[in-house]
Design a protein around this ligand. Structure first.
Ligand SMILES: Cc1cc2nc3c(=O)[nH]c(=O)nc-3n(C[C@H](O)[C@H](O)[C@H](O)COP(=O)(O)OP(=O)(O)OC[C@H]3O[C@@H](n4cnc5c(N)ncnc54)[C@H](O)[C@@H]3O)c2cc1C
Length: 454
């Protein structure tokens, strides 16, 4: 064989290598050592080994395909760096988070020990340029959201609030000094952020109906009001608070630091979804914040909306991850569970559910991939992000309910790793704009008429 055909053969082989499987094997055995040993075998020994390893089917036995929710091989569209990050995040989620996810969710506690380990992945603020951030693309950000949510939607929400909403507010609306102060430490996850927009009496209508006020007194701003649902707020080092200026009527943003005596964050108890996320009711009572901690580039609600446009795409990806986790766990279960003497995966009605699930999941993944490409191309508009959020959060609800259905009673037990996704899909459905609000945004874009109540 000529050297050229050997090289060609090697390149062809490399194209076929499944990096996921390779990474999974590498976790179990020292691949380098194995390769070294195999390299020392002579032809006869190699032939014997191949015979031993050959997976010839015995009569009546058939090889089952791997469990993989990436049906259209989107991972092949990723470049080497993106793929490396995907596998790194997947390994972290499967090794560090999967074993503890149900326990923390059940106890409604947050696993703080995970933060330094997660920081080592170097993925916070992944798409931002400068300030210690990796300056990658939005496709990578989307893939990360999917990988995290595929194992634990709570952890992906914690991460989305920190990296997307809080860091994003500072990145898009902060002054140079504010970015220099906060972003490098937040990228290293040494400082954690939260984002306070929603209020007890105003959710969807927040753009026009914000009750929290700010008033300038000398070089201080005085904040009064309440915020509801604020993720990470019980332990965050900085909470971005949005408030309406009593003088100009415009919405402004503030960086409220941990320890501010007139800022109180109380954990919201008894949630039925995202139980690991620490959501809080925040009360601001004559809370004094210096002018230097006002987000200098946030002038009206339009600036707040810029942050939401960027993060809404991430929420659509989160829905994809939630759906993928439920689908993969349910598929695995149906291949093992036997009834009437056969795996339930072999029944037509069960396969119908599985096919509905993978069809919806594949459409969501391909849609989100294009969404992130548009974000990278700088052509993403509110209505694009809203459409993805609407369709993905709706389809996810359908997928998780089918996942639960094909598992019978075990579908509602945490230990089978689908029940948590069923509950968490409900939170994704409501936050970052409900179905109705995002539909109104898309409706306005395609008809030219605003159906929002003014
Ligand atoms: C788990 C979780 C985490 C969250 N984290 C955060 C956070 O970190 N920071 C933050 O600021 N917020 C957060 N939120 C708040 C979230 O963004 C709001 O819940 C969301 O915007 C909806 O507001 P609401 O719950 O007050 O519902 P409402 O606005 O009261 O809506 C109730 C219903 O009325 C419908 N509706 C409202 N207006 C219209 C209309 N014009 N036409 C038709 N239907 C309408 C809605 O679609 C919905 O079905 C979180 C929420 C949840 C559930």
């Amino acid at each position: 064989m000529s050297i050229f055909s050997k090289i060609k053969g090697t390149i062809d082989l490399m194209k076929k290598v499944d990096l996921d499987q390779l990474a999974a094997i590498n976790k179990k055995i020292d691949l380098a050592k194995v390769m070294d040993t195999v390299g020392q075998l002579d032809d006869r020994q190699l032939a014997g080994l191949m015979k031993m390893l050959s997976t010839k089917k015995k009569k009546g036995q058939h090889k089952l395909p791997p469990i993989d929710g990436d049906f259209y091989n989107l991972s092949l569209k990723l470049n080497e760096k993106q793929r490396e990050i995907q596998i790194k995040v997947r390994n972290f989620m499967e090794d560090e988070v999967q074993p503890i996810a149900n326990d923390y969710w059940n106890r409604a506690e947050f696993p703080h020990d995970l933060i330094p380990k997660m920081a080592e992945l170097n993925i916070a603020g992944i798409a931002y340029e400068g300030y210690g951030c990796p300056a990658m693309d939005f496709v990578t950000e989307g893939i990360i959201a999917e990988e995290i949510a595929r194992v634990d939607v709570s952890i992906s929400t914690f991460f989305g609030v920190h990296s997307g909403l809080a860091m994003g507010s500072i990145y898009l609306c902060g002054s140079e000094e504010q970015k220099q102060e906060w972003l490098p430490a937040m990228a290293k996850m040494e400082k954690i952020g939260a984002f306070g927009l929603t209020e007890p009496e105003t959710g969807s209508g927040i753009a026009g109906g914000m009750d929290t006020t700010c008033r300038k007194e000398g070089d201080q701003w005085i904040l009064n009001g309440q915020k509801k649902w604020i993720g990470n707020a019980t332990f965050a080092d900085v909470v971005v608070i949005w408030a309406r200026d009593v003088d100009s009527g415009q919405v402004k943003g503030f960086l409220v630091r941990k320890g501010n005596p007139n800022f109180k964050a109380e954990k919201m108890p008894d949630k039925m979804a995202l139980r690991t996320v620490q959501n809080a009711i925040i009360t601001l009572t004559n809370c004094s914040v210096p002018e230097s901690d006002r987000l200098q580039e946030a002038h009206t609600f339009k600036d707040t909306a810029k942050v939401l446009r960027m993060t809404r795409a991430g929420v659509a990806w989160q829905a994809v991850g939630c759906a993928r986790g439920a689908y993969e766990n349910a598929l695995k279960y149906t291949k093992k569970r036997e009834q009437f003497g056969r795996p339930i995966a072999s029944f037509q009605l069960v396969q119908n559910h599985l096919v509905e699930m993978i069809s919806n999941l594949t459409s969501m993944q391909t849609l989100c991939f294009r969404l992130s490409e548009m974000q990278d191309e700088g052509i993403l508009k509110d209505e694009h992000a809203s459409l993805a959020k609407v369709i993905c959060s709706m389809r996810t609800r359908d997928i998780v309910s089918r996942a639960r259905e094909v598992m019978g009673g075990n579908g509602i037990l945490l230990e089978h790793n689908v029940a948590r996704f069923v509950a968490d899909a409900e939170a994704i459905y409501s936050y970052e704009g409900t179905k109705e609000i995002n539909s109104l945004i898309v409706g306005r874009a395609i008809t030219g008429y605003s159906a929002f109540v003014s």
